[in-house]
Design a protein around this ligand. Structure first.
Ligand code: SF4
Length: 293
């Protein structure tokens, strides 16, 4: 049996940076520390942060003092305004790549009838981006949604940083039919593209593939859907302990991958779980003695 971890799986640059910032702030401050929304979509890491007194809030109105960290997904100008009150110190951990997209949509909103964000409407990054569009923004999740749009003279389209490239390409094709002048900006981040490519390549060469990550992690869910289309024996687990024998049965090559919010330790723990399952399976087989007449 061979276990292969997809290159580029696990924490991305933006998530690592946000975590480092939070740790540094905790080391320097005795103030209450909050993150606006969960810092990353990973239950283990959230528990660890809670133990260090770093709590997540959903709304700026929930607190009146302390340090508030804006996570790597970024936030809208409206959120920054709401947090701008005495007693609150804002620390911005928005990923530099997301910052670039925010600046881009702001500029595009000046010169276009509409700015289309190809992404998940409920995702905090997308909601933050909409806030920079001066009411010209529209979120499109699928090709079918793009096909239903009315015709327009001038539009710009870009993607949520963790968008699936295939979905983005289909949305662009549909928009070309609906728009006289369409500007296209591929804003999928390099880390996401590299992870999607390496996981797809791995799905083509293993017998079974396990994707590890938070169930509420948008990019991990996308990664799972991309791989599942290539390899039906692709599984999604939140914790390595959820890996079971059925997932690796008769598989000679087992692949592992994780989203941007999957800690590297989870991938290493998964390797240990698979090895243990494999050993227990082998010892069971060895104990089966042929029936003697
Ligand atoms: S997925 Fe990309 S854009 Fe999003 S936080 Fe990570 S590095 Fe930044």
């Amino acid at each position: 049996m061979e276990i292969i971890i997809a290159p580029n799986s696990g924490f991305c640059y933006g998530v690592r940076r946000a975590l480092r910032m939070v740790e540094a702030i905790r080391a320097q401050s005795n103030e209450p520390i909050y993150t606006l929304g969960e810092l990353i979509h990973n239950p283990q890491i959230i528990q660890q942060l809670e133990k260090k007194g770093i709590h997540s809030i959903n709304n700026p109105d929930e607190i009146s003092h302390g340090v508030v960290i804006i996570r790597s997904h970024g936030a809208s100008p409206e959120i920054f305004e709401k947090l701008n009150k005495p007693g609150i110190s804002i620390k911005d951990a928005t990923c530099p790549h997301v910052k670039k997209i925010q600046n881009l949509v702001k500029e595009l909103a000046l010169n276009n009838e509409e700015v289309i964000i190809c992404g998940n409407a409920r995702h905090p990054e997308t909601q933050g981006l909409l806030g920079y569009c001066a009411s010209k923004g529209r979120v499109v999740e699928t090709e079918a949604e793009a096909q239903r749009l009315p015709r327009a003279q001038k539009r710009a389209v870009l993607a949520q940083s963790t968008q699936d490239l295939t979905v983005f390409q289909k949305v662009i094709s549909a928009l070309v039919e609906k728009t006289e002048h369409l500007e296209v900006y591929n804003t999928i981040c390099g880390s996401t593209l590299a992870r999607q490519k390496s996981t797809s390549a791995l799905a083509r060469k293993v017998d079974s593939l396990i994707i590890i990550g938070g169930r509420n992690s948008s990019n991990t869910n996308k990664l799972f859907r991309i791989a599942k289309k290539i390899l039906p024996r692709t599984y999604f687990v939140e914790y390595p302990s959820e890996i079971n024998l059925a997932m690796i049965k008769e598989a000679q090559k087992i692949g592992l991958s994780g989203g941007a919010s999957t800690p590297p330790e989870a991938l290493h723990e998964a390797v240990a779980v698979i090895k243990n399952l494999y050993k227990s399976q082998q010892s069971k087989e060895e104990k089966v003695v042929p029936c003697q007449r």
